[in-house]
Design a protein around this ligand. Sequence first.
Ligand code: XIL
Length: 345
Amino acid sequence: MKRIITLFILGFSPILHAQQINANDFLKQVLSFPLGASVNPRLLEENTSYRGLVETEFTSLTAENHMKMALIHPESHHFDFTKGDEIVAFAKKNKSRVHGHTLVWHNQTAQWMKDFQGDQQAWENLLKNHIQTIVKHYHGQITGWDVVNEAFLDDGSLRPSIWTDHIPDYLAKSFIWAHEADPQVLLFYNDYGQDGKPKKMEAILNMVQDFKKRQIPIDGLGLQMHISIQSKNEEIKQIIEQSTATGLRIHFSEVDIAVNPKNNPDFVLDDTILQTQSDKFQWLFSSFGAIPRKQQYGITFWNVGDKDSWLRGYFKRPKEYPLLFDENYQRKSAYQELYQRLTKK
Ligand code: XIL
């Protein structure tokens, strides 16, 4: 009550303005594209609130980690599909789409890959076998794959990795191998931080041009959208437009909006900050809505509730609240406002 009075005195409350929406009304019902989340199979199993939200709120699932090289292909002659299969089975039961992440990356590669010795042919066989075994395993169950993740540096050069070291033209080859294994599955190039990095964006656009010229299959671009309330809308708008102009499908593939990007230990989340974050979510969704319908692949959040975010776990930023659901798996005001904006007559 005290809080409400304070807000009243301040004359500002997003929570008071945002009429509570009915628990049986869902954002997914008013979107014309899939709403996704990356998921952690342990939480799906152990945490009923988490599982409940994944079941009711999301229509597209991505494995946050379990389809990455180190986890799905831990030894040269052994693939471990257990957790990936669990996510696929869960999605199927729930009639959700699955988006695959990621066949090739410089990070979370398996130790045996880092230690691998061989000539170019041997390396190509390794990567081709990796890609094709996984794509075939999930044939018909996965809508699209992030084939290659984060291949370019900010200056537009190819990021050095075991792949650039041993396989010339590995990007194009990866797409060709994926396509050979499943000609139906959609193939994405996925990357982060193109906003405000024109050289990086240009490198991605050049890659698409080059692929088109060489008839190398590619269907979509993933814009990760790990952004913050300080990210500049004009810069993000520009990369959305440039990406959309390729004619490919567009996926906002790993959305989170950091509210405390400098990891200030004294940070306190208040309604003003929540409102700024909510405005950014609204803006991001309406920017996605402006993409031609047939190019809208979907928006995927990078996990479910604020406390599940990799910004807390991986980056050790305990005072971060980047998602649509709070620490108690309740809808944040941003959720309410998104729903209301989309249903406003
Ligand atoms: C992150 C996961 O969220 C973490 O759990 C893991 O420890 C590291 O990777 N870009 C990507 C994702 O493409 O795969 C990353 O996921 C986040 C950045």
